[in-house]
Design a binder for this molecule. Structure first.
Ligand SMILES: N[C@@H](CCC[C@H](N)C(=O)O)C(=O)O
Length: 285
């Protein structure tokens, strides 16, 4: 099988994007893992598959696979790349594009300056829906009820986290300095803990001031990436809930900056940022 793909990235979070409307694509997790390999394959953090939508008032279906081959609910940087991809492939000429993901509906807006603003929907803070088990392994502790932050036990240490779903699960740890944070060791330990039954993306946030944060993210199914769009949204939501941030925040990730805003409650989180197309290619499987 020959597959035509486009390599894209959003702030260095890189993707292989495949037009599954003009090509018949059925990939196994093994094939995705092979393609994601940076030595033996193409190399990417996520594979994005564009399909026709069977949902009313929605232009496309947008499927997301991590480099470990697992299909996931949401990808913020990917959504921005997706918007440019469907326009570049002449699949649409719309500037406002509605897509359905495993998690629900997203609205993408291609701005005149080329940036894409995504309505990421309202964040979910209710533990059971993230899913997050606040009292895992210690059922006599406080119940699994919504709090501003939670203390969890990781490697015999108490770690304070914010827990947020942006369609996919996120834990947010506040650190003094993202540069010296033990992103891989702590990220992996939180991911593997019984607090998050579906695993979790772990963000390490340094609050610079009320409108600026630095963020590194250890992603589920990938490891540390240069940027994570849903991670940026989750970190800003966690910071706002804890009273540390204003409603509009610049998020400085390893690969560059995203602008995130949230007016609280059931309002949607808005994410704005750039995308880039790197090359087009064909792979034979
Ligand atoms: N890089 C993404 C998130 C991709 C999915 C994530 N690794 C998960 O498993 O939930 C983004 O930009 O949001």
């Amino acid at each position: 099988m020959n597959i035509i793909f486009t390599k894209m990235h959003g702030l260095g979070n890189d993707f292989v994007v495949i037009n599954g409307i003009d090509q018949t694509i059925n990939l196994t997790p093994e094939q995705i893992r092979f393609m994601s390999d940076r030595q033996f394959g193409i190399g990417f953090d996520q594979l994005l598959l564009v399909e026709k939508s069977d949902v009313e008032d929605t232009d496309f279906r947008y499927r997301i696979f991590n480099s470990d081959g697992g299909e996931v609910e949401q990808c913020g940087n990917g959504a921005r790349c997706f918007a440019h991809f469907v326009r570049n492939e002449n699949l649409t000429d719309k500037k406002e594009i509605a897509v359905i993901t495993k998690n629900g509906r997203l609205i993408l807006n291609v701005e005149d300056n080329g940036n894409v603003t995504v309505d990421m929907g309202a964040p979910i803070l209710e533990p059971a829906q993230i899913p997050f088990i606040a009292n895992a392994g210690n059922e006599d502790k406080a119940e699994n009820v919504q709090q501003k932050s939670y203390s969890i036990q990781i490697n015999q240490q108490n770690i304070e986290i914010g827990a947020v779903s942006m369609g996919n699960p996120h834990a947010v740890v506040i650190v003094d300095d993202t540069q010296s944070a033990d992103v891989e060791k702590l990220g992996k330990a939180i991911q593997e803990s019984s607090y998050f039954p579906n695993s979790v993306n772990v963000g390490f946030m340094q609050v610079i001031d009320r409108q600026n944060i630095k963020l590194r993210v250890y992603e589920r199914g990938v490891g540390e990436t240069q940027a994570c769009g849903t991670g940026a949204c989750a970190a800003v939501v966690a910071g706002i809930v804890q009273g540390l941030l204003d409603s509009k925040v610049d998020v400085n990730l390893l690969g560059g900056n995203l602008s995130i805003s949230w007016a609280g409650d059931t309002n949607p989180v808005m994410m704005s940022g750039p995308t880039a197309t790197v090359f087009k290619g064909m792979i034979s499987l």
